[in-house]
Design a protein. Structure first.
Length: 130
């Protein structure tokens, strides 16, 4: 091995090491953002599911004159084979009949709830959940 080839090989190793360190730093710094984006995506999907259930509830009342008391009734109305579930925890939504109407809530309180068509969150508002 000549002196020139040894220095080139050392330069390549140094460059490769520097690239590995840089890649590790980029991944480490971006990991938190990816997790926040994933959480935001799951929160939006969960809220979309609750909106669908609220729409189903409105249609059920229109057709039957009363609020559905069971999620199975809403699933049947919407022709769903599987009940809707929170994408984060995998559990199905809770349905409660209240004196004012109904409440649909996620088993994870942080995703919110809908009470007789009124969501507990405001779309498009930057909140503390971000």
């Amino acid at each position: 091995m000549t002196l020139l080839s040894a220095s080139v090989s050392r330069s390549r190793r140094t460059a490769l090491t520097a690239l590995c360190i840089l890649a590790f730093l980029c991944i480490s710094c971006g990991a938190g953002k990816g997790n926040r984006l994933r959480e935001a995506s799951m929160r939006r999907e969960c809220r979309a599911n609750m909106n669908a259930l609220a729409t189903d509830q409105a249609l059920y009342r229109l057709n039957n004159g009363v609020w559905a008391r069971r999620m199975e009734d809403l699933d049947e109305l919407a022709n769903r084979d599987e009940p809707l579930a929170c994408p984060e925890c995998g559990r199905t939504y809770e349905l409660e009949i209240t004196s004012e109407g109904y409440a649909i809530s996620c088993p994870m309180d942080k995703h919110g709830r809908i009470e007789t068509g009124i969501a507990s969150w405001r779309e498009g508002v930057v909140d503390a959940e971000r």
